[in-house]
Design a protein around this ligand. Structure first.
Ligand code: B12
Ligand code: SF4
Length: 624
């Protein structure tokens, strides 16, 4: 018998653990009677210890993603050291499909597979030598022809229904929160140049059949799956997604699980998305954290350079309004710095989203480059004047104990483009920090609304505030700004980890807006004073109203320490312009009355529930 080891590792976030999908397919489809599965590794345990513990590994199959690539190289290196005869085979999105020099760079691997791995693995597991000539297989002596997709997925067994996961789950404590990655289909009809799945290899859709999908969902319910990471690139693209969503809702109603169904929403099927979101709203259970409007950019030259098509502005505005009316959280994404984007066009993108009605949540991701995306090609990068740096992959929300002995992962990230120098890029990051901290974490949300009612655009307010913060070194806002900026500089220049601890040595590595929100929350008197100073210095608000405007703005941000509801008074015209309420007294309330551990509260407010606008209190006229 030949011993087989399967490796697909992910980072661990608290009690959450991932069940591995890609490597499970390789085994369930490729296994034969001569092979015996010895172990499946899902966590990044010390690679040398693991390699030593292996018993005569014959085939080692490793799934490679950007988040485990350095780990995989070290593990493969130690496996070779302790078991020189083992055959180490890897595949996955992190494997460059066009690199003839792969084995010179990564000599610890023996075989790589391009694209979907099942058929190649099935063939490899029947051989001891002579792997050249197996379609999609690259060896030290052979570069295969470009990979082509499987026509259909009919004969690929379901790891869930084959019982592949039970032995893995049995090794962990009963209270482990399990996360599955799950797909109902493969591929995407679009071609976005920044995305691996935009490559024409993934262009056609192949579907798993409905009965199988439904049976898998039933298993998730029975097995108390906490979180489903849906791999489909466009949830809502197909009519059958309605039926599948209904199945997930019914399953959660029956078993209480799966708790969350995290899908990437279809870009162009807003009607169906809305229908799906309404099904969720009407159901007695909730499975979605919100609906995404991932625009990435509104700048025409950028959209054309990145081959991205967005729905038209009218549709975005209409649907954001409908979601708002139904109180369904939505969130949007932009990427910075995309080709042809400038500091001004970034600001325009943010303004556009606010104008279209995006009041809930916005993320602005740094542009990272992966090997198999169109942007991964040197020609593309040269054409758009992109310079790229290898920087640490994000480590947000990991704790110190997770980082101890951590093998850092890296990614290529865009450092500058022909339309944005590094200084612009950094300024763009800092503009994003100010805009999102103020508008989407709430610290200046109603102030922005008040200013907008005076004809001052939100992004002009954010830019004025950014400049004021830079010019006022004695302020807390300045300190926060400079620390955040330094973190970005260090990450892009000195390989420093992403994220910031703000609550002592045992704290997690917060994402920067969350980190600053913790600081703002704990220093509200200072913040109130600084916002008043800013308004006085810039004369954006008449002196007479400043105190009330700032006070009301901050009182709308949920505080950990206040008891809700309570009433406050302010000038009637201020209340009218900020909250649209015609009264001089308002009752402020918040939906969350749970008493939770004081430390966990910060995580809830500025991490777990941030996308569903946890920060925001409700207000009604005080006499109601
Ligand atoms: C689910 C998912 C996640 C989840 C779960 C990750 C996990 N731990 O499992 C979450 C949400 C956490 C996530 C996060 C991120 N993700 Co993600 N994610 C995906 C997604 C949607 C599905 C991946 C998946 O499991 N697919 C199903 C499997 C079966 O398909 P597959 O991975 O392609 O595997 C097939 C082949 O590659 C091959 N294969 C795979 N393994 C092996 C092994 C062997 C031995 C062989 C022979 C073949 C083989 O065969 C498989 C099919 O048969 C993909 C996009 C997509 N639609 O694929 C992005 C994707 C994998 N993510 C991507 C990225 C960039 C990220 C982030 C870095 C984003 C960011 N900037 O923050 C973060 C990283 C977070 C972190 N620090 O860990 C990129 C990865 C590129 C790369 N080179 O790895 C992808 C491709 C999306 C993209 N835009 O290009 N992600
Ligand atoms: S970003 Fe989304 S829509 Fe665009 S190619 Fe990737 S998966 Fe498809």
């Amino acid at each position: 018998m030949k011993n087989v080891y399967l490796i697909q590792t992910s980072d661990v976030y608290g009690p959450n653990k991932f069940l591995p999908l890609a490597i499970a397919y390789q085994w369930c489809y490729g296994k034969n009677d001569d092979c015996v599965l010895k172990d499946t590794l899902i966590e990044k345990i010390d690679p040398e210890t693991y390699a030593k513990s292996m018993e005569n590994p014959y085939y080692v199959l490793i799934s490679s993603y950007v988040w485990n690539w350095e780990y995989n190289q070290q593990l493969a290196h130690y496996i070779k050291q302790y078991h020189p005869d083992a055959l180490i085979i890897t595949g996955g999105p992190q494997i460059d499909k066009q690199d003839p020099a792969f084995f010179l760079k990564y000599p610890m691997f023996d075989i790589i597979v391009h694209g979907e791995g099942e058929d190649a693995v099935k063939e490899i597991l029947t051989r001891d030598t002579d792997f050249d000539g197996i379609p999609h297989v690259q060896t030290r002596t052979h570069m295969p022809k470009p990979a082509v997709r499987r026509r259909n997925l009919k004969d690929i067994p379901s790891p869930i229904l084959e019982g592949f996961y039970e032995p893995i789950m049995a090794k962990y404590p009963k209270d482990t929160l399990w996360q599955v990655t799950w797909e109902s289909l493969r591929g995407c009809p679009y071609h976005c140049a920044f995305c691996d799945i935009g490559d024409s290899y993934w262009n056609k859709l192949t579907l798993f059949d409905m009965d199988r999908c439904k049976a898998e969902i039933e298993w998730m319910g029975k097995n108390r799956i906490e979180y489903v990471s849906v791999c489909d690139s466009n949830w809502g693209l197909l009519d059958r997604d309605i039926e599948l969503t209904q199945c997930v809702l019914d399953t959660k109603e029956k078993y209480g699980y799966p708790m969350w169904f995290d899908a990437t929403w279809a870009k162009n099927n807003v009607d169906r998305n809305f229908e799906i979101a309404m099904m969720n709203k009407r159901a007695p259970v909730n499975i979605f954290k919100g609906v995404t409007f991932a625009m990435q950019s509104f700048n025409d030259p950028t959209l054309s350079a990145s081959e991205r098509f967005n729905i038209n502005d009218g549709q975005v505005a209409e649907y954001l309004k409908r979601y708002k009316a139904e109180n369904i959280p939505t969130y949007s994404e932009l990427i910075w710095p995309m080709p042809e984007e400038t500091y001004d066009s970034l600001k325009n993108n943010v303004q556009k989203l606010i104008d279209l009605g995006q009041d809930s949540y916005l993320m602005i991701h740094p542009l990272v480059i992966t090997y198999n995306a169109t942007m991964g090609s040197k020609q593309y990068q040269e054409k758009w004047g992109m310079t790229v740096k290898n920087i640490p992959l994000d480590t947000f929300y990991l704790g110190e104990e997770d980082i101890d002995n951590y093998i850092f992962e890296y990614t290529d990230a865009v450092y500058s483009t022909r339309t944005a120098s590094w200084d612009d890029v950094l300024k763009g990051f800092m503009f994003s920090w100010v805009a999102i901290l103020m508008y989407y974490y709430g610290w200046g949300h109603y102030l922005a609304k008040y200013l907008a009612a005076q004809g001052i655009k939100e992004t002009d307010f954010f830019e004025a505030l950014r400049q004021w913060i830079v010019d006022n070194p004695d302020t807390l806002l300045h300190k926060e700004y400079m620390e955040t900026q330094q973190h970005h500089i260090d990450t892009y220049h000195n390989e420093k980890l992403w994220g910031r601890k703000v609550r002592g040595e045992d704290d997690i590595y917060w994402e920067y807006k969350g980190a600053s929100s913790v600081v703002m929350h704990d220093n509200q008197v200072k913040l109130e004073d600084e916002l008043c100073r800013f308004l006085r210095d810039t004369k954006l608000v008449n002196d007479f109203y400043i105190k009330d405007v700032v006070k009301l703005n901050l009182i709308m941000c949920r505080s950990r320490d206040l008891e809700y509801p309570f009433k406050i008074q302010a000038q009637k015209c201020v209340i009218q312009q900020m909250l649209g309420i015609n009264s001089s007294t308002v009752k402020i309330d918040h939906h969350d009355k749970d008493v939770i551990n004081k430390d966990l509260w910060y995580q809830k407010a500025y991490h777990w529930d941030r996308k569903s606008r946890y920060w925001r209190c409700s207000a009604v006229a005080g006499d109601k």
